[in-house]
Design a protein around this ligand. Sequence first.
Ligand code: GLU
Length: 478
Amino acid sequence: MIRVRFAPSPTGFLHVGNARTALFNYLFAKHNNGKLILRVEDTDKERSKKEYEDMLIEDLKWLGIEWDEGPDIGGEYGPYRQSERLDIYNKYIQELLEKGHAYYCYCLPEELEEERKKALAEGRPPRYSGKCRHLTQEEKKQYEEKGIKPVVRFKVPDGRIIVFDDLIKGHIEIGVDEFGDFVIVRQDGMPTYNFVVVVDDALMKISHVIRGEDHLSNTPKQILIYEALGFDIPEFAHLPIILGEDRSKLSKRHGAVSVRAFKDEGYMPEALFNFLSLLGWHPKEDREILSKEEIINEFDIKDIHKSPAVFDRTKLRWMNGVYIREIIPLEELTKRAEPFFKGFGYIGSFDYYKKVMQAIRDSIETLMDIKERARPFFVDEFEFDDKAKEELSNETAYKVIQTLYEKIKDRDTLTGEEFKKIMKEIQKELKVKGRQLYHPVRIALTGEHSGVGLDILVEVIGIERVKKRLQRALEYFG
Ligand code: GLU
């Protein structure tokens, strides 16, 4: 049975890099009829917050990632929050201490810092000397009496080279001399990441550990703990890192990096899902727009690249535009757009929003673009810029607006088709066409120099607002 897990620390918003890790675990599980487990790694008491856990869950769900076991839904192998598993960890710490795979270390932080500096100065990798490996009961007692709280260190077998075959990175060999005896319980009694992750992955029967490449250097330490506790070692797959467009590690400097930020900027979860799936993977045939089902079907861990993935924002925007234009049904799109309309102060009924979305969906890439694109549908009292003023002070331009107004002022309705017909009449009567004919009307109705088709606009805003705006322009430029 394939069992994978996503194990975030609830210390902030869900970063898109972590979301990609969650996504690849999800895809791997779904493709193989396996299970995805959500485990919350909240042993860092100071930085972890329940609110972050809640937001994390919300954002994962928004993105369309579902799990089979987790802190919110329970499961056979819980609890799924590390802070609730401390007794379990203690039991295994005791086992390691008893079997001689771990020991108490009373070295003071200052001493360790001295050692570290010395090693660096001598050009050696800074690693713990193993000084406390062989303390006698008597020596331990003395330290305890002095009130020194020990840490627990894992006893790393000298000279070992840890070898494993990563499903993405291939054959890996790392010598233990690079790290030395590492801490598995801190002074405050909290077990460390490298230890708890092994206990949890083993007890939760995780078959494949799929995570970011930044954890590659932790893997040998974890393998040693698996061995010491007699657990089966899972398969490992380390995902390539994600870079910004300037090829440095993706960070806030590059703009939005949390899933929440993309949501707030008006991205479609389906587009982000699609985009993230292509960060380090791509389907056999060269297609970019893929549904969730297609991605699940085609996802093969063997096709994940070794080299870094670049987070191309322009591509994400483009992709989002495709989803807005062609994929999300209008009704659903409007539901998602509603809070954006309201946020911009564009007030209308749901049906009105729907008409506006229909009119502008082809010209927006994110829901944020609604601000600019939808303005003519809501704002009657707009400014005229210098260019507009110049164009409308032209006599012919004024005449066009005047004639249009005369032709519609006694009407009660005006469809797009009727508007076009009236414009044709004006063309004949005044002998103006093209830009000369349409542009003055656009300025009078919107104050803008480009935008949505005027026939669409007039039909959506309705004749009364059309009259009002034409009148306003006539007064302004008369
Ligand atoms: N809590 C760790 C992280 O967020 C989990 C790493 C792992 O998957 O082992 O990076």
